[in-house]
Write a protein that binds this ligand. Structure first.
Ligand code: BTN
Length: 239
């Protein structure tokens, strides 16, 4: 990847949006308008974390299959965190958790072309690395420093992410049906197979995550035995 390291931008996703070259990555020490999912802002203390975005021009990836990219990114983050001795899990659809705490958020924005394919994707990642105190009301944040008790080398962590993502992205482009990514994702899925509380349009219920549907839906079994497939924002996790 071509890495641009900078002091301050509004949002690295917005910065990368103005670039053209496939695999250009921008890492900023601070963002004045760091964005999260659902219109939230992203809190990150200057100079302590990894807040970066990169540009992809996926080869022949249909819009309906876009979730494989999210899987590849999530797996690469988990494997990069593992190099620090930290075991993380993937909380569908965009979060990485250590135990019940969030260590990383992912914001992927796609542009589609007229023929239903993805023309380009901006992948934004915020990993809490050496931050100790969190001021926003974001629920349950943690960082590598809080988890390991050690200051973590951010450059090494970014290099590990790029290394792992490069391998997963090769599969996304050349052999997406081989099941490697899907299987690895399921292995690391937060709460998979366990009964927990959730909320959907009908109210609160007890459910058990059984897997991921073909378009990235979260499959949750209810006590009645019915299995629902939820899209983004259609179901919330309750503690
Ligand atoms: C979320 O969990 O809500 C997603 C957070 C994504 C944050 C990253 S930090 C780098 C990139 N730039 C942004 O403005 N957002 C993403």
């Amino acid at each position: 990847m071509r890495i641009i390291r900078t002091e301050e931008v509004t949002s690295t996703n917005d910065y990368i949006r103005q670039q053209d070259e496939h695999l250009t990555l921008c890492w900023a020490e601070s963002q004045t308008k760091g964005r999260g999912q659902k219109g939230n802002s992203w809190e990150s203390e200057k100079g302590r974390n990894l807040t970066f975005s990169f540009l992809l021009h996926p080869e022949r990836l249909p819009a309906g299959k876009q979730f494989i990219l999210s899987k590849a990114v999530s797996l690469a983050v988990v494997e990069a965190l593992r190099t620090t001795g930290t075991q993380a899990r993937i909380k569908w659809p965009n979060d990485i958790y250590v135990g019940d705490r969030k260590i990383c958020g992912i914001l992927i924005e796609h542009d589609l072309s007229g023929d239903g394919m993805i023309r380009r994707s901006v992948v934004g990642i915020g990993i809490n690395v050496n931050q100790q105190r969190f001021l926003s009301d974001a629920p349950n944040p943690t960082s590598l420093l809080l988890e390991t008790g050690r200051i973590c080398d951010r450059e090494a962590l970014l290099a590990a992410f790029i290394d792992r993502f490069t391998d997963f992205y090769h599969i996304v482009c050349h052999d997406p049906e081989n099941g490697l990514i899907d299987d690895a994702y399921l292995e690391l899925l937060y709460r998979k197979g366990e009964w927990h509380r959730y909320r959907d349009a009908e109210g609160c219920f007890e459910g058990r995550i059984t897997g991921i549907g073909p378009e990235g839906e979260l499959l949750v079994e209810k006590r009645s035995g019915a299995v629902n497939g939820y899209r983004f924002k259609e179901v919330s996790y309750l503690l």
